[in-house]
Design a protein around this ligand. Structure first.
Ligand code: TMP
Length: 215
């Protein structure tokens, strides 16, 4: 993977399986950062640009997505990422913004590489091409046991998308995949225990972040 591109802003990505509480933690962190005077931008993947949102629809809800091969899935996630990096992330970092990503390249490594079983060498090469050196300074993985995460998703009562409808065994592969990614890159990827209360998880995130940068 190429080295991180230096820029005045800060790039933080959140990762974890569905149902791990990512959206709540992103909202809490955004509010606290804004209170401390930072310009904050939250971007989601897949999506975050007009092209990316069309790709998101194709990946998650479109009926033609149901016969999608894992290879196509990988390339569509990468295409969405290539667009958001150049159209949004780099200009925001140059302007000094604190950019929070709701998923980034590690999702592809875990979901398409480890959980779907595509060759990891290909996944790495495609990820590297898509990000072109724009790597997060910090990645937080919200870790939770897969049975709880799976139950949470199924208790929402809403219609589940193509990936959320996977069996619990897929959620377990995702969890193990993230633990593997963190072991492989411990200086960038940190595991946060997401089983505590939202407030306690937020404090753990804040402590980790403020130990790394002054806010
Ligand atoms: P979410 O961000 O709302 O959880 O939805 C994104 C879904 O897409 C989620 O099921 C994880 C999946 N995903 C991948 O499989 N690979 C990727 O590279 C990304 C960004 C997401």
């Amino acid at each position: 993977m190429p080295a991180t591109t230096p820029s005045p802003g800060f790039l933080l990505s959140f990762e974890g399986s569905e149902g791990c509480g990512k959206s709540t933690q992103i909202r809490l962190l955004r509010e606290r950062l804004e209170k401390s005077g930072r310009k904050v931008e939250v971007l989601r993947e897949p999506g975050g640009t007009e092209i990316g949102e069309s790709i998101r629809h194709l990946l998650q809800h479109a009926k033609e997505g149901h016969c999608m091969t894992p290879e196509t899935e990988l390339l569509l996630f990468a295409a969405s990422r290539a667009q958001i990096v150049r159209e949004k992330i780099r200009p925001l970092l140059e302007s000094g913004a604190f950019v929070i990503l709701d998923r980034f390249l590690d999702s592809t490594t875990v979901y398409q590489g480890i959980a779907r079983g595509l060759p990891l060498e290909s996944v790495r090469a495609i990820n590297a091409f898509a990000i072109g050196g724009t790597l997060p300074q910090l990645t937080l993985v919200l870790d939770m046991d897969s049975a709880t995460a799976w139950q949470r998703i199924h208790q929402t009562g809403r219609e589940l998308d193509r990936i959320e409808s996977q069996p619990q065994s897929f959620f377990e592969k995702v969890r193990q995949g993230y633990l593997e990614v963190a072991r492989a890159d411990p200086s960038r990827v940190k595991i946060i225990d997401a089983s505590a209360t939202p407030e306690a998880v937020h404090e753990a995130i804040w402590n980790l972040l403020t130990a790394q940068i002054s806010l």
